[in-house]
Design a protein around this ligand. Sequence first.
Ligand code: SF4
Ligand code: SF4
Length: 112
Amino acid sequence: MTYVVTDNCIKCKFMDCVEVCPVDCFYEGDNMLVIHPDECIDCGVCEPECPAEAIKPDTEPGLDKWLKVNTQYAELWPNITIKRDPPADAEKYDGETGKFEKYFSAEPGQGD
Ligand code: SF4
Ligand code: SF4
C-alpha cells in the first residue's frame, strides 16, 4: 500500500505534509502535491498533518484514480521537502468538490 494525495490538496497546497515525511517522497505540481507510491513507507505521519485532509491510505475504497495521478506525476514533478507559504487564496478552495476536473494542472511546481 501507499498513501496518496487527493482532490482537496488542489489549490490549497498548505505543505505541512512535506516536512514530516521521513523519506521525502512528496513531489510538487503547479497547484497540488503528490506522493511517490514506490518511495512511501506507509508510516502515516503525514495524514494527520494535512489541514485539508487530502492525504489518504490507498486501502480506502474509491482511490484508484488518485493512485494513478500520484504514480504518474511523482515521476514528472520535482521533489519538495521544505514548506513554503500556501497560495494566498488557499482557504477559499478548501472543501470545494470536483477540484480535479475544474482546476488540475499537469505543469510542474518549483520544487526545493
Ligand atoms: S498538507 Fe495537504 S493540502 Fe497541503 S500540500 Fe500536503 S497534501 Fe496538499
Ligand atoms: S505515509 Fe509516511 S512515507 Fe508516506 S508520504 Fe506520508 S510521511 Fe511520507
